[in-house]
Design a protein around this ligand. Structure first.
Ligand code: IPD
Ligand code: CA
Ligand code: CA
Length: 269
């Protein structure tokens, strides 16, 4: 089985595990005052990690809940970056907007980012599955982006006035992004907050959204989605318009047409 198909199967099976767990009983615990984790996050992660270890024993894994316990950033040649449930707060409240995000990075060199020593490499595969929506987004480097088997492309919206935008707010830092939000709101057609960064990026990829930005994210929130958005024709950078640093915590993804203008507006803040 090829890598992409393996990853798609993994995400879709993890989705089934999440839905089965939901049917039985969701058990919510808190990692911090506003930061939730559920038994579904843990069951999904356990399954995904076991399967990767079984099929790719030489690869290493960076996965959200595992990292929370072990605080280890892997630096093998191939590293899987996983969010076993992106949108946990939505899931815990019965909102259907959540996903499983799985990416594979091919390490080129070890480099220092703003925040960590990490493997600097190329994301070669990205899959984001939204089990309640029956949608699987995926991309392999230089092979285009797909939704449920159909090629997807970013939107053709060329000005902010016609743009539907999306952003997010970090758990526990409720004042972060308020200034950017307030600045952008009157300039665009409408502005949303859905609650799954991985899906926000995929919705850029398939043209539902025209621009997305967010601060204080983790690599597992954006690794798969950023490849999918790029492969669909979008531009993905940090909020200054510089090369995306997976560990740099901020991101700006647009359909390409709006990128310069959004960067310019943010540069004045
Ligand atoms: C969260 C979601 C949300 C974003 C938060 C993330 P989680 O991930 O991606 O959209 O705004 O910053 O922490 O905690 O549900 O995996
Ligand atoms: Ca997440
Ligand atoms: Ca998560």
């Amino acid at each position: 089985m090829n890598l992409l198909q393996f990853t798609i199967d993994l995400a879709e099976k993890a989705g089934k595990i999440i839905l089965e767990t939901e049917k039985k009983h969701i058990k919510i615990t808190k990692k911090a005052k506003y930061d939730l984790v559920t038994n579904a996050d843990k069951a999904s992660e356990k399954f995904i990690m076991e399967q990767i270890k079984k099929h790719y024993p030489n690869h290493e894994i960076l996965s959200e809940e595992d990292f929370f316990k072990n605080k280890q950033i892997p630096n093998a040649e191939y590293v899987w970056i996983i969010d076993p449930l992106d949108g946990t707060t939505n899931f815990a409240h019965g909102l259907p907007i959540f996903s499983i995000s799985i990416a594979l990075v091919h390490t080129k060199k070890i480099k220092s980012s703003k925040n960590f020593e990490y493997m600097h490499g190329e994301i070669i595969v990205g899959v984001v599955h939204a089990p309640k929506m029956h949608e699987t987004f995926y991309a392999a480097k230089n092979k285009g982006a797909y939704l449920n088997g159909k090629r997807i492309r970013t939107s053709a919206v060329k000005n902010l006035e016609n743009a539907l935008m999306v952003t997010g707010f970090p758990v526990g830092h409720k004042n972060v992004n308020v200034e950017h939000f307030t600045k952008m709101l009157p300039k665009c057609q409408a502005l949303r907050r859905l609650g799954s960064a991985a899906l926000d990026l995929c919705y850029i990829a398939c043209g539902r959204f025209d621009s997305y930005w967010e601060f204080r994210l983790k690599a597992w929130d954006i690794a798969a989605g950023s490849l999918i958005a790029e492969e669909a024709g979008g531009i993905v950078t940090d909020t200054n318009g510089k090369t995306l640093d997976l560990f740099g915590q901020d991101i700006l993804a647009t359909n390409g047409f709006l990128h310069k203008e959004v960067v310019k507006i943010f540069s004045k803040l």
